[in-house]
Design a protein around this ligand. Structure first.
Ligand SMILES: Nc1ncnc2c1ncn2[C@@H]1O[C@H](COP(=O)(O)OP(=O)(O)OP(=O)(O)O)[C@@H](O)[C@H]1O
Ligand code: NI
Length: 388
């Protein structure tokens, strides 16, 4: 791992100013992505993973705004604030303009893959035509070269008979094949970083596994870095090198992937791990996280996870923990935001355990929500009964 990260996100805060109040969607997160590594952003629905991704891409839309922090990519400032002469915060002068980010960074340097390929592919044009046009526009290649390149890319991402499939329309492709096309598109400009926002969530597990294998291979071949957004720690285990666990806009644990799994330091990560379906356990035996995640408009006092945390004590209601290094992971810091670790020095041991914690910020919804995360990891509407 080289000393300078490819991407550095420091104390990033992104908020939405809505009629109901200020949504603190991303609330002071910091993480790095080094060259050639796959970094996970994991957490339940609403944790702020997508907003964090959009912030990096400079794609936060009204009523949203990045209100604090710094984003640095290859030594250039994508976002940064400074105090102006009038004492007001303003965008730093050395920060790239939105025009520069659009033309020079997005697509060419940092590409995105979204969950739903049908939103990114135009149904009325052939798959090959769209890929070819994208390559023509972004790499300035003449049409015939771009066509050859597009076919090569389709082959590269494992589309069989690429010459023939080139002429087909998106609806003629399966979900997994469409996702492969999007990966081809993301790779087409040879970006240094790809942000993948739950690209395999809608796929069945077999196809998901194939896509993850493909990404692993391509990552090795091209040396591309990835930010992999998912709610699924199983996916994290399969492809990530390092992981950031998000809860209500914050990163509550950050560690190399093996450390995270074998020396878990945050009760929320523990709960997420317990809710992963495993072959040796059936769904009914899964331990679920109690309650649902509260709203980012009015987060709980102290530690935001305390209303659902099995380890919560009185002190957790009062003290808001910022992530600190709580262990050394082969020379890399293992960070956690939980006061049960001695580093925090707030007399957790002397504090009395919270009882009857099941009521949360909105107790009306918690009655049967105990198994929500475990039974329904995709957050879809189908319910989780019978899921393996
Ligand atoms: N345009 C918007 N206006 C108001 N609030 C928003 C907007 N977009 C996102 N939010 C809020 O920001 C918070 C974080 O949302 P985000 O989409 O980043 O979550 P996520 O972790 O990506 O969840 P999921 O797994 O469901 O995709 C949520 O509380 C969400 O309601
Ligand atoms: Ni999302």
């Amino acid at each position: 791992m080289s000393s300078e990260p490819l991407l550095r996100v420091e104390n990033l805060k992104t908020q939405f100013f809505t009629e109901a109040g200020t949504v603190r969607a991303v609330d002071g997160i910091s993480f790095d992505v080094y060259e050639g590594e796959i970094v996970g952003l994991v957490g339940e629905s609403g944790a702020g993973k997508s907003v964090a991704s959009m912030s990096i891409m400079g794609l936060v839309e009204n009523p949203g705004e990045i209100v604090a922090g710094e984003i640095t990519y290859k030594g250039e400032t994508l976002f940064g604030l400074e105090e102006g002469p009038d004492g007001e915060l303003r965008e730093r002068e050395d920060a790239l303009s939105s025009e520069e980010i659009r033309t020079r960074i997005r697509g060419n340097e940092i590409a995105v893959i979204f969950q739903d390929p049908m939103e990114s592919l135009n149904p009325v044009f052939t798959v090959g035509g769209q890929l070819r046009e994208f390559i023509e526009l972004n790499r300035g290649l003449p049409e015939d070269e771009a066509r050859a390149e597009a076919i090569d890319m389709l082959r590269e991402v494992g589309i069989p008979d690429p010459e023939q499939r080139y002429e087909e329309y998106p609806h003629q492709f399966s979900g997994g094949m469409r996702q492969r096309v999007l990966i081809a598109m993301a790779l087409a400009c040879e970006p240094s970083l790809i942000i993948a926002d739950e690209p395999t969530t809608a796929l069945d597990v077999t196809v998901e596994g194939q896509i993850l294998d493909l990404v692993d291979d391509l990552q090795e071949k091209y040396g591309t870095s990835f930010i992999w957004v998912t709610h699924d720690l199983g996916v994290v285990a399969e492809i990530c090198d390092r992981v950031n666990v998000m809860y209500l806009g914050e990163i509550v644990e950050q560690a190399p992937v093996d450390e995270l799994f074998y020396d878990t330091k945050h009760p929320y990560t523990d709960a997420l791990l317990d809710s992963i379906p495993r072959p040796d356990r059936t769904v009914t035996e899964l331990e679920a996280i109690e309650g649902v995640m509260p709203e980012a408009i009015d987060p709980p006092s102290g530690c935001r996870f305390h209303p659902r945390c099995p380890d919560a004590r009185e002190v957790c209601k009062r003290v808001h923990p910022d992530a600190k290094t709580v262990a050394d992971a082969d020379g890399e810091p293992h960070r956690a935001a939980c006061v049960k670790h001695d580093t925090f020095d707030v007399d957790y041991e002397g504090s009395s355990p919270l009882k009857g914690r099941v009521e949360t910020a909105d107790s009306g919804r918690t009655a049967d929500a105990g198994s929500e995360l475990a039974a329904n990891p995709a957050g879809d509407e189908s319910g989780g009964e019978g899921r393996e």
